[in-house]
Design a protein around this ligand. Structure first.
Ligand SMILES: C[S@@+](CC[C@H](N)C(=O)[O-])C[C@H]1O[C@@H](n2cnc3c(N)ncnc32)[C@H](O)[C@@H]1O
Length: 344
């Protein structure tokens, strides 16, 4: 499996689970909340373009998901195209964008823009998508963006810029962060440059506790560079690798389900998660805790027994199991006492 196939597989899985959640983990609960978040992102994009944008523009969204940002942008531009590596996201975008004839969406390879002709867009933008891709894939996209942008076209780029951070190549969702110097160099290599880098200098004072900057940076095409030679993407050494962020977000989703009064869906999510990733210890503990909260004591005990059988040296699992068994025994003897008193 190469990186293109891995990105496809992982993002399809996430989209099949709950596309809105994996696109906007804090604004997914209802269509209205999700739509409102799309309007806010579109507004931020328009504002960052100041007076540059024109209604005649053709626009491309890279990593469009189901079209959260495309939809509110439809009234601002002539045509809009969205591409996404996940066929499931694209399938759902057809419904989400059904009433917008000037928007088209399609599945792409996840590594290039081969479906588009040279110089076909005035504006390319991307929001919370490049941050999930390996650096080599981002490089390839920058070269392709240069090719598909019209002379003097613009790129509106959202990407964490601040301290350098990377995750393994197989990680298709972990967040990568770039230094300003690294981005500047990559842009220069691809015939692109920040329009106004004073904004970025301001950005260099990034707060380490808030490393994920969601602003758009406006970048201009300054010259046409040679298209990249065709890349042979190597086979991944660990194609089954699951990101720590995936695990964390599945747990978050399950907790949210419980908070919103739907513990059974949360339990189901965690059961699927630990079946697929039996080494994910905190997933097992969260599952046991949710079962317990839901009054399924015997199921919780069985879950922890399964966990300690799989990981006999995992002390926290054992301790939790003992506490649970003790609590279970206390509760069942209390209820037997109550029954006895009642029958007397
Ligand atoms: C967090 S979502 C954001 C979606 C959309 N940009 C938005 O803000 O609503 C990230 C999206 O990027 C897509 N994606 C991830 N890697 C990609 C790649 N290499 N090429 C194209 N799309 C990709 C995912 O399938 C997913 O739909």
């Amino acid at each position: 499996m190469n990186i293109s196939e891995k990105m496809k597989q992982d993002w399809d899985e996430r989209a099949q689970h709950h596309a809105r959640f994996w696109i906007a983990t804090e604004n997914y609960q209802t269509e209205e909340v999700f739509e409102q978040s799309g309007r806010a992102t579109a507004q931020a994009l328009i504002e960052s373009l100041t007076d540059l944008h024109r209604p005649s523009w053709n626009v491309l969204d890279i990593g469009c998901g189901i079209g959260r940002v495309l939809k509110p942008l439809a009234k601002h531009f002539h045509t809009l195209a969205g591409i996404d590596v996940s066929s499931t996201m694209i399938a759902q975008s057809k419904t989400w964008l059904a009433d917008h004839p000037n928007i088209t969406t399609s599945e792409n390879s996840g590594v290039d823009l081969r479906e588009f002709k040279n110089e076909s867009f005035n504006l390319v933008y991307s929001y919370v998508a490049f941050q999930h891709m390996p650096r080599t894939v981002f490089d390839q996209y920058l070269r392709e963006i240069n090719r598909v942008l019209s002379p003097e076209g613009y790129l509106a780029l959202q990407l964490p810029i601040g301290p350098y951070f990377d995750v393994p190549i197989e990680d298709t969702i972990g967040i990568r962060s770039y230094t300003f110097q690294e981005i500047e160099q990559k842009l220069r290599n691809n015939g692109l440059a920040f329009l106004d880098d004073s904004r970025i200098h301001h950005n260099n004072s990034i707060n380490i506790n808030q490393p994920f900057d969601h602003r758009f940076h406006i970048i201009k095409k300054i010259k046409t560079v040679k298209p990249a030679p065709k890349v042979q993407w190597v086979q991944l050494e660990r194609p089954q690798h699951t990101s720590a962020l995936d695990m964390h977000l599945y747990e978050t989703y399950a907790d949210n389900c419980a908070k919103m009064g739907n513990p059974h869906e949360g339990i189901q999510t965690l059961q699927d998660l630990v079946q697929r990733n039996p080494k994910h210890l905190s997933g097992w503990l969260r599952l046991a805790a949710l079962l317990l909260e839901d009054g399924q004591v015997q199921q919780a005990v069985t879950t922890l027994e399964e966990l300690t059988a799989l990981h006999p040296r995992y002390q926290e699992g054992k301790v939790t199991l003992q506490q649970l068994l003790a609590r279970h025994q206390r509760e069942s003897s209390t209820s037997q006492e109550e029954k006895k008193q009642f029958s007397c």
